[in-house]
Write a protein that binds this ligand. Structure first.
Ligand code: NCD
Length: 294
């Protein structure tokens, strides 16, 4: 695999190999902090949209493998503000780096970048399209928390129309034997091109049978008006009272950031897995970089 653009590129075997590497990365970080395998390698984080976790975990992953990172996190201070095309920006950065991690507001931007680039491109989110590396760390987290994927009931909650993480995750889960449920306002329904889900409107109806509750933020930046956003924001809030109606073995996940859809009290609930999920992002991204640069 030369680039990571869509979750469609991954077979079950690829995923097993990647997760085996991610586990060795975890041990490596825990025992030695990292190693020097990519000394003198440089990656670029090119982010046209805000990011905390994705950009910093990709940077940390590169540093822990001995590499260096060029970070362009505010394109307003780059030549993009002078009107440079994505293609020309990519052609520039490939002169200086061995890998480009790209986040862009347009669906298909990562694919365009691949056409322009000689170095590997990783899609770190293309608008309302996909976020494949998030889906991989989500699946890795489900494995780590439940020790299996087949047989699980997984419930996606929130903005399933605009949330790119659930698009990639649903595609990825279609490789497994899972029951995939969706709870969302009608106007934020899950687009069928990303897979099949069983739709519900009430969270309370699905919680007792759910093994993984995957909560998402209503994607404010994708709405045409504040009124339309406010009409659906806050439709579902996970509180401790609700969380406690779930099995004790169930886990609550969230790609983060959260803006109210998981109450802070839930952080101490034994079912809360979203902080470990973030940590797993480091190991999975180390494994992805290793796969592309080795
Ligand atoms: C997500 C994203 O950017 O799509 N964040 C992330 O990468 N962890 C989710 C979101 O912004 O809601």
């Amino acid at each position: 695999m030369k680039n990571v653009i869509s979750i469609d590129q991954f077979t079950k075997q690829d995923i097993d190999n990647l997760f085996a590497t991610a586990r060795t990365m975890k041990t490596l970080v825990e025992t030695k902090g990292g190693d020097d395998r990519f000394r003198h390698k440089v990656s670029t984080n090119l982010f046209y949209e805000p990011s905390t976790r994705t950009s910093s975990s990709f940077a940390a992953a590169m540093y822990r493998l001995g590499g260096q990172v060029i970070s362009i996190n505010d394109v307003n201070y780059s030549s993009v503000s002078k009107g440079e095309t994505l293609e020309d920006t990519i052609r520039t950065l490939e002169q200086y780096s061995d890998l480009i991690v790209l986040r862009h507001p347009q669906v298909g931007a990562a694919k365009r970048a691949v056409q322009a680039s000689q170095v590997p491109i990783i899609n770190a989110g293309d608008g309302v399209g996909e976020h494949p590396t998030q889906a991989l760390l989500d699946l890795f987290t489900i494995y780590e928390e439940q020790c299996k994927i087949d047989g699980l009931t997984i419930t996606l909650v929130g903005d399933l129309k605009n949330g790119r993480t659930v698009h990639s995750l649903a595609k990825l889960l279609s490789l497994y034997d899972v029951t995939l449920q969706a709870v969302c306002p009608e106007s934020l329904a899950f687009p069928p091109e990303y897979g099949k889900v069983i739709n519900f409107t009430e969270l309370t109806d699905v919680l007792p049978a759910t093994d993984i509750l995957y909560v998402t933020r209503v994607q404010k930046e994708r709405f045409d008006s504040l009124e339309e956003y406010e009409a659906v924001q806050g439709s579902y809030t996970v509180t401790n009272r609700l969380a406690d109606t779930m099995k004790l073995s169930a886990r609550i996940m969230h790609p983060l950031p959260r803006v109210g859809e998981i109450h802070f009290d839930v952080d101490n609930n034994p079912r809360a897995a979203y902080f470990r999920q973030m940590r797993n992002g480091l190991y999975v991204r180390m494994a992805l970089i290793d796969m592309l640069l080795s």
